[in-house]
Design a protein around this ligand. Structure first.
Ligand SMILES: C[S@@+](CC[C@H](N)C(=O)[O-])C[C@H]1O[C@@H](n2cnc3c(N)ncnc32)[C@H](O)[C@@H]1O
Length: 257
């Protein structure tokens, strides 16, 4: 399987074009001129670079937290101590431990950011914990319960049903990540941010698709269903440049308190 940092960097352009610009504009409107932002599940720290590149933030402080040491280290090596006038700090930690420490230290933020994060944690305790450090959370690319591959394969339904079952039974969060966050917090703005990959593939898209096929095969395997034949057919379609993929995501801006 592709390593986590390589996958996260490969999906960067996909996120760039998928992010819902109306929700992003609404998020920008919530921020003071030099915001202090806590990013949970920051991965390789692509979001701070993106928001500076796009002129959403021009100064302030960004604290990037992720439990995955190698991914955050790759981000730190690329981004360094600042992007433009935004000072960037890195903390390898469980996000909620980092929040507890920030609360104990009296550290407050203007916003929490969690991209592709709120579908891998339980919404209720996450919202309760994050409310202690910031008034709002921006949660782009939150999975919204639907994955499709094409051309059609006879095993698609069985495999994707098991994939969602794995999300429900074997990890926090789940296929209803976006809906759960919307239930637990007050939605200020929301909108779709679907991922779509179609041939001819752009740079990084083969890496993303290969990683997603590995992820689905592995997850489905943990439910006791052997998806290896399905995955082999999908890998063959990817190799031939025929595989298409779509996932429903939602971007949310929520009030935490
Ligand atoms: C799907 S990745 C998204 C990474 C990045 N936000 C992006 O969109 O490129 C989710 C990230 O959340 C991190 N993560 C999940 N649960 C976490 C937790 N409780 N504390 C810290 N990081 C966590 C994972 O290590 C992973 O890097």
């Amino acid at each position: 399987m592709t390593d986590h940092a390589t996958y996260l960097d490969a999906k960067r352009a996909l996120d760039d074009r998928s992010l819902n610009r109306e929700v992003l504009d609404r998020f920008a409107a919530e921020l003071p001129p030099e915001p202090e932002i806590l990013e949970v599940g920051a991965g390789t720290a692509t979001m701070v670079e993106r928001l500076v590149d796009w002129g959403v933030i021009e100064g302030g402080r960004w604290v990037a937290v992720d439990a995955h040491e190698a991914a955050l280290a790759a981000g730190e090596a690329r981004v360094g101590e600042a992007v433009g006038d935004v000072a960037v700090e890195y903390r390898v930690a469980d996000a909620f431990d980092a929040v507890s420490k920030a609360v104990a230290a009296g550290d407050r933020f203007d916003a929490v950011v969690g991209c592709a994060f709120f579908d891998v944690v339980d919404a209720a305790p996450a919202v309760a914990a994050l409310a202690d450090v910031a008034p709002v959370a921006y949660a782009p690319i939150t999975y919204d319960g639907e994955t499709r591959f094409a051309p059609a394969d006879p095993d698609d339904d069985a495999v994707l049903d098991r994939y969602h079952r794995h999300m429900r039974e074997f990890r926090a969060g789940g296929p209803d990540g976006a809906a759960a966050l919307a239930r637990e917090a007050t939605v200020i703005a929301e909108g779709p941010s679907p991922w779509r990959i179609e041939p001819p593939y752009e740079s990084g898209e083969r890496t993303v698709l290969a990683h997603l096929l590995d992820t689905v095969e592995e997850a489905v395997g943990e439910t006791g269903y052997d998806a290896s034949d399905w995955a082999e057919r999908r890998r063959a379609a990817l190799k031939d440049g025929r595989l298409r993929y779509e996932a429903a995501n939602r971007d949310l801006l929520v009030r935490l308190d």
